[in-house]
Each structure stands twice: as C-alpha cells, then as structure tokens.
Design a protein around this ligand. Structure first.
Ligand SMILES: [Zn+2]
Length: 116
C-alpha cells in the first residue's frame, strides 16, 4: 500500500510539472518561436538544396538542422516543446532563446557531446 501511494504521489507531481510547463510555454509565445523555426528551416532547406550539388558534408549538416527543426515544430504541436527528450526536465528559456530547435537540456546536451 505504501509503495502504491508513493507512485501516485509521483504521478501527481509529474502532472503538476507538466501543467506548469504548459502555463510557462504559453508565456513564452510559442507562435513567435514557431515562426522563427519555420524561417530557419527555410534557410537551411535552401542551403541543403544548393549545397547538395557540390558539398555533400555541408549539405548533410544543413539537412541535419532541417530534421532538428522539424522535430521541434512537431514538439510545439504535440505540446512537449521545451521538454528535454532525454530526462524530461524543462529546457531553460535562455537556451531555447539561443537555440529554438534544442531537443535536450544543457546537462543532457553535455552528456551527448562527451559521448560522441
Ligand atoms: Zn535533459
């Protein structure tokens, strides 16, 4: 019984955290973020198409960015934008401001960079 109580308390806390995040992302102006991502995506998609004929490495990097931006746009639509894909913690607004397509919080990003 004690264990089950602990689990549901954790579930409630998680639900509260999600609600707080939704409230905060409302203040963050997701529409503006989305517009910025769409504009960046167009730039990178164009670069990818121009570069694909002469520089495969650069074109691959541009394509990678396009994919990241698509994923960020999908997260805006499904309401998980701003949440780290690895640990589920909120990504700081400063980080999202600097890199709107960020999928990982700064801690997880550091871990990923050390791994690769
Ligand atoms: Zn994280």
């Amino acid at each position: 019984m004690i264990a089950r109580g602990a689990v549901s308390a954790r579930a409630v806390r998680r639900r509260r955290a999600t609600m707080a995040m939704v409230a905060r992302s409302g203040a963050m102006d997701l529409e503006a973020t989305k517009a910025r991502l769409v504009a960046e995506r167009a730039t990178h998609a164009h670069q990818r198409d121009v570069l694909s004929r002469r520089d495969r490495h650069m074109s691959g990097a541009a394509n990678h960015t396009v994919v990241e931006i698509d994923r960020a746009l999908a997260r805006i639509d499904d309401g998980t934008y701003g949440q780290c894909e690895w640990c589920g913690q909120e990504i700081s607004e400063a980080r999202l401001e600097a890199l709107p397509s960020a999928a990982l919080c700064i801690t997880c990003q550091g871990k990923q960079e050390r791994r690769t």
